[in-house]
Design a protein around this ligand. Structure first.
Ligand code: S3P
Length: 751
């Protein structure tokens, strides 16, 4: 699929007139196309061709066309563009008639809802003669029909798919593309087969279902009564059964093969559901319904945000952070990302039903939920942070229907690699552009040493393909880097490996996996810097309360420290000692941070954290704190930028392989704001002073976007932060909470 840049193809409004536009078929689509382009004044004249005299008369009266022509040859002779807007089954005959005419350099295009048959008919009719034909399909319509419903706005912000072939004339393609854009449409190019398959699934199948459901109920007279009681569900589901029967009859005949393929898959799924109802298999039903509901919500969000339209223009979500601000209040940031991931993984592998509270409803953790749903685990929620996981036991996962997409989430991919290495089915793990660049050999290599069969992409990057048949044996693995993800991956593989698996870490890293395994009743031996598991035990479902994420709290710890006259309380934050490096570093810099109401919740220590403004000073960051604050450095660099004196970080090369190269990206951004920074191979040197305003790029890294938002508190002018969409991966309500406590950051245009 390819998009032409609107700027390249939109026709300049003062373009010289294009000659004659002929629209054959003046129904809703043809009429709207003709009327819209007539209003734009691009053509010297717009001529309609329609068999129905009443439509011809109305088309002229309503200003849809300049005139109508009854003779096809007279209409088309010397035309610039000919739009075929007749029913799809009439297309073959029309193309045959057109092929008899001398069309000169006229560009032919059409609006048929299936494209393979139109292209075949065109090839047959023109039999090798050069024709400038650009097949098209506007995905727009309404329940109204006829030329009287012609509406110049019909295509605005709707997709139009053009399906050019290799031989298509580039200038003709650009012209048709430009015409649709003039009508406000978002134009995409796709190959014909892909178009027909996608439309069979997303449009043709639902229409078929709506028509059959209504017919099946209506034709039994005893059922007629039920329509009197039909509530919203029936109305919503069957709305499209009110569509034009002739048109749909044509579409099903035209797109026969693709519809049959989709229908067969659907029939199998329907049969499986029938069997589940018959067998009283509530688990199966709940699985289908929860997966469907989540998918529907996902589509709903996409449609509501019109992301499909936005993608045509720009994906750049910009945060505008205005300078200054004084912070106050009490907030609870969302649930811990690391613990949320693990709650789903271990809950899925446990026996029994695990209830999770405080779950992070961010895209990363949701990707983990979806992965396990794809492997047959029934997971209810999340709803206000509550998730119910119906565990399937260590050996109960099923083969997913296709590759598992993990979005931006490195934790999902690395941890899953461990436990999938021992399954009896193949899996492929993929991710977004950022995740696709991240190193996976750090897990692939030691897993192979245990006997796993894993393929990576070039240079050890995703996708990861993990094959069935690897028989894992336990091993002792000395990790070359301090990584909780690698440690956790190995321990999860160890649950399945013969004998015992020991991981030795060069420095302490977060130990949520070890703690949570124990919470599920699975023994883990921890001695100094080693952790060991043995296979042969089981996980027993439990209750998990996820504390607020200290990595998300960190933005407010720095914000509260650097903003003037501020005092803020962050409630219920996880203060696991393997995560509190940010507090230690801020305190070393002179931060005023106190822990209150310390308690333990579900095996994890928790506290309310009070932060007050403080005069920070630059420090040499002790290297042993690096793994304990690994995710918090972007925002700590902001603290360093306003501190008095120099801050030096060393031994943090891991920052270069996070969601972005956090050393380089932060250095570039801070430098753009006038801060004196020097990136080094394993850290950064920052000379504190003042922060100016300007443009910075988050490079799709959630923590960079949020860090520069915090920087605005001490900036002298607004900061525009590009590429902020991924804030939703870890902190979906960041802007709302920021506004609540007094940080002046908002989506650009929505302040
Ligand atoms: C995580 C471990 C850390 C951290 C990441 C989450 C985890 O990565 O940066 O955000 O949940 O285990 P590394 O283990 O690669 O350092």
């Amino acid at each position: 699929m390819s998009d032409l840049n609107a700027a390249d193809t939109a026709l300049p409004s003062a373009a010289p007139k294009l000659g004659r536009l002929v629209v054959i078929g003046l129904g809703l689509i043809g009429g709207s196309f003709a009327k819209g382009l007539r209003e734009r004044g691009l053509f010297s004249e717009v001529v309609g061709v329609d068999l129905d005299p009443e439509s011809q008369r109305m088309a002229v009266d309503l200003g849809v066309v300049d005139r109508c022509e009854t003779d096809l040859a007279a209409a088309c002779q010397g035309a610039a563009v000919i739009q075929l807007a007749v029913p799809i089954l009439a297309m073959e005959k029309l193309l045959g008639e057109l092929a008899k005419l001398d069309l000169g350099t006229a560009v032919l295009t059409d609006v048929g809802s299936a494209k393979g048959n139109v292209l075949r008919a065109a090839r047959l009719a023109f039999a090798g003669r050069a024709v400038r034909f650009v097949p098209g399909h506007p995905i727009a319509g309404s329940e109204q029909s006829g030329v009287e419903a012609a509406n110049v706005e019909l295509f605005r912000r709707h997709k139009v798919i053009l399906t050019p072939s290799e031989q298509s004339d580039a200038a003709a393609l650009a012209l048709v593309d430009g015409l649709w854009r003039e009508l406000g449409a978002d134009v995409e190019h796709m190959d014909v087969e892909h178009h027909d398959q996608v439309l069979a699934a997303t449009s043709h199948l639902p229409h078929l279902l709506a028509f059959t459901l209504v017919d099946s109920l209506a034709k039994r007279s005893e059922n007629l009564e039920i329509f009197r009681y039909a509530a919203g569900g029936f109305r919503d589901f069957t709305r499209i059964a009110g569509s034009d029967p002739v048109m749909w009859h044509d579409i099903f005949l035209a797109n026969r093969e693709a519809v049959l393929r989709t229908l067969d898959v659907f029939r199998d799924d329907l049969d499986a559901l029938r069997d589940a109802v018959d067998a009283g298999d509530g688990h199966q039903l709940l699985g289908v319904f929860t997966r469907a509901r989540v998918a529907r919500e996902h589509f709903g969000k996409i449609l509501a945000r019109r992301a499909y339209v936005d993608a045509m223009h720009s994906n750049d979500l910009i945060f505008l952070a205005n300078p200054g601000g004084k912070l106050s209040g009490r907030i609870r940031v969302p649930g811990d990302k690391s613990i949320s991931h693990r709650s789903i993984m271990l809950g899925s592998l446990a026996e029994g039903v695990t209830e999770v509270e405080g779950f992070l409803e961010g895209e990363d953790a949701l990707a983990t939920i979806q992965a396990f749903r794809d492997m047959g685990v029934v997971i209810e929620g999340p709803h206000h942070g509550r998730v119910t996981v119906h565990g399937v036991g260590l050996h109960g996962l099923k083969a997913p229907p296709g590759p598992i997409y993990l979005g931006n989430s490195g934790t999902s991919m690395r941890l899953l690699a461990g436990l999938l290495s021992a399954q009896s089915f193949d899996t492929t793990l993929t991710g977004d552009a950022s995740l696709s660049k991240r190193p996976m050999n750090r897990v692939a290599k030691p897993l192979r040493a245990m006997g796993a069969i894993i393929e990576t992409g070039p240079e050890g990057r995703p996708p990861l393909t993990i094959r069935a048949g690897g028989r894992l044996g336990g091993m002792t693995y000395e990790m070359p880097m301090a990584s909780a993800q690698v440690k956790s991956c190995m321990l999860l593989a160890g649950l399945y490996a013969a004998g015992s698996t020991t991981v030795i870490e060069p420095a302490p890293t977060r130990d949520h996996t070890e703690r949570m395994l124990r919470g599920f009743g699975y023994p883990v031996m921890v001695e100094g810097n080693t952790a060991t598991v043995e296979s042969g035990h089981k996980l027993t479902a439990t209750h998990i309360e996820v504390p607020a994420d200290i990595s998300s709290a960190a933005f407010f710890l720095v914000a509260g420290s650097i903003a003037e006259d501020s005092e803020l309380v962050l409630e219920h934050v996880g203060i696991n000692p393997t995560r509190t490096g940010v507090i230690d570093i801020l305190k070393l810099m002179g931060g005023d941070i106190t822990l209150e109401n310390q308690r333990e919740v579900g095996g994890e220590p928790v506290a309310d954290i009070r932060v007050r403004s403080a005069k920070l000073k630059g420090i040499d960051i002790p290297e042993d704190l690096v793994p304990l604050a690994i995710d918090e450095f972007p925002v700590l660099f902001v603290a360093a930028a306003v501190a008095e004196g120099r801050t030096v970080l060393r031994g943090a090369e891991e920052l270069r392989v996070k969601e972005s190269d956090r050393i380089q990206v932060m250095a570039d951004g801070l430098a753009a704001l006038g801060v004196k920074v020097e990136p080094t191979s394993d850290g950064i040197i920052i000379d504190g002073g003042s922060i100016g305003g300007g443009e910075v790029w988050a490079h799709g890294d959630h923590r960079i976007a949020m860090s520069f938002s915090v920087a605005s508190l001490r900036a002298t002018a607004p900061i525009r932060i590009h590429d902020c969409t991924n804030v939703a991966t870890s902190f979906p309500n960041f802007l709302a909470l920021s506004a609540q406590v007094g940080i002046r950051v908002a989506e650009e245009g929505k302040a």
